[in-house]
Design a protein around this ligand. Structure first.
Ligand code: BES
Ligand code: MN
Ligand code: MN
Length: 456
């Protein structure tokens, strides 16, 4: 532990400067305009893995953005840790809400502000630096494989293919991922579940062109109004989702599980204050932690129709659109849910419009074990470095590839995240605490140490 702290202390500035270099690449996978930057980011990550001491470093081409692979096999008899992360980021819009530009990382009050600071560049880069530390101090206790992808934020489609085709090369005893949150630095925690996702787009079409709202209004159905009504009908007065069969496979938590989940430190007043809302919302009969951790949900991500420019234009729009996603919990399948959504949405459309539903990417929910050697290693590593045993929690976000690692490779994951829910992931002014970055670099070598010890 002393040796680890000393190495981090001596290399602090460089560790931060390197992360800044990584954050300066606008590696937005969703927007083709950044293609060149995304590709450069992959090369940068590969270079840093080489410098840290990884062998077989390769920028693996796919039909989309490349996957960066590297490994250090010390001894075939040692356990192998597969580190997964993503070097792509979400779009930075709306740009005008950023206090400093998203791709010019800046430290204010001990926090690094940049798109990707927490999700996931700041977090996966801790593994690269922890690996460097273990190489330099001759303390690498496990074999390590790195797989850093560039399409997580757009559904990891090509990674799925890569994983299937490279099962042998990716053989490992655990997948270690830092791409989730902790409750706080005072209350360290480990997420033990991720929700799945079914992402849909809907279009409601009325007349064959935008119409004069005076000449035709009142006599022709307005697709914007119809779409709003259809969307509003998807929740009932208890905020329960109304789609038939939607909850059929959802398992209720036992009273014991509920108790454990709700015993995690959580202050509803702080929560509301942080978001500047007067009241929380959600499915009747469930607490906020249950709603985000264990219940499926349906959200409108975006909605558009008609005239939205400056001033006023009197128009009855020809069509209206929305992007709608559903978060899924264990036993729900994204394909099945997409299908029942489509069927239901088509069925509630009135005769005066036509409806088109298309399916975007999806992903399956996962629950990770808390009785595995890997979980115990993570628990011990945190206990050592934070002086406190971590609390297991259920995360609300999704990392679809985690379920696939289980299915295709037969490997379970440990969600070893050091972010905070308040880090503004996907929002303007995303941040990552400098403290958390260094803390992660200090904690990860302990995981490797305990994983090797406990695997014996
Ligand atoms: N790192 C997040 C997921 C996450 C965040 C999990 C916080 C737990 C806590 C990941 O990059 C992400 O944003 N995933 C997307 C899904 C993807 C298919 C676009 C999500 O959850 O919306
Ligand atoms: Mn992420
Ligand atoms: Mn993300």
């Amino acid at each position: 532990m002393q040796e680890i702290k000393k190495y981090v202390e001596e290399n602090k500035e460089r560790f931060l400067e390197e992360l800044f270099e990584l954050l300066r690449f606008p590696s937005v996978s969703a927007d083709p305009k950044y293609k060149g930057d995304v590709l450069k980011t992959a090369d940068f990550v590969a270079q840093k893995l080489r410098e840290a001491g990884a062998d077989q470093v390769e920028v693996c081409q796919t039909a989309g953005y490349p996957i960066v692979y590297g490994e250090k096999i010390v001894d075939a008899s040692l356990p192998t840790v597969l580190v997964y992360g993503h070097y792509d980021v979400q779009p930075a819009d709306p740009l005008e809400l950023w206090h400093t530009p998203p791709f010019e990382p800046t430290v204010r009050e001990g926090k690094i502000y940049a798109r990707g600071a927490c999700d996931d560049k700041g977090q996966f880069y801790m593994h690269v630096k922890a690996f460097e530390l273990m190489m330099q101090t001759n303390t690498l206790a496990c074999n390590v494989k790195f797989m850093i992808e560039g399409e997580e934020e757009v559904g990891s489609n090509n990674l799925s293919i890569f994983v299937k085709e490279n099962a042998e090369r990716l053989k490992a005893d655990v997948v270690l991922i830092s791409d989730t949150s902790m409750i706080s630095m005072e209350n360290p925690s480990i997420e033990t579940g991720l929700r799945g996702l079914a992402y849909m787009e809907v279009e409601v079409v009325g007349p064959n062109r935008d119409l004069h709202s005076g000449v035709y209004g009142g006599a022709v159905a307005n697709p914007a109004t119809i779409l709003c009504k259809m969307i509003a009908s998807l929740h009932d007065e208890n905020n329960h989702i109304t789609i038939p069969e939607f909850y059929d496979k959802v398992v209720e938590l036992s009273d014991e599980e509920k108790k454990a989940l709700n015993s995690a430190p959580f202050d509803l007043e702080d929560y509301k204050q942080d978001l500047n809302i007067n009241a929380e919302w959600g499915e009747k009969g469930y607490s906020t932690l249950e709603r985000t951790g264990t219940r499926p949900t349906l959200e409108v991500n975006g909605i558009w129709s008609g005239y939205t420019g400056e001033g006023a234009k009197t128009v009855l729009p020809s069509k209206a659109n929305a992007k709608i996603s559903m978060r899924l919990v264990p036993n729900q399948s994204s394909k099945e849910i997409a299908a029942i959504f489509t069927k239901h949405f088509e069925s509630i459309a009135p005769d005066n419009v036509t409806v088109k539903v298309t399916e975007h990417h999806g992903g399956e929910p996962v629950v990770t074990p808390t009785d595995s050697v890997a979980y115990r290693a993570a628990e011990q590593a945190i206990a050592d470095s934070f002086g406190k045993k971590p609390i297991p929690t259920r995360g609300g976000g999704s990392i679809p590839i985690v379920a696939l690692f289980e299915e295709e490779l037969g490997i379970k994951s440990v969600l070893f995240g050091f972010g905070l829910d308040s880090d503004a992931l996907h929002s303007p002014n995303e941040k990552y605490d400098v403290f958390n970055y260094y803390k992660g670099i200090e904690t990860l070598p302990l995981f490797h140490k305990y994983f090797a010890e406990l695997s014996k």
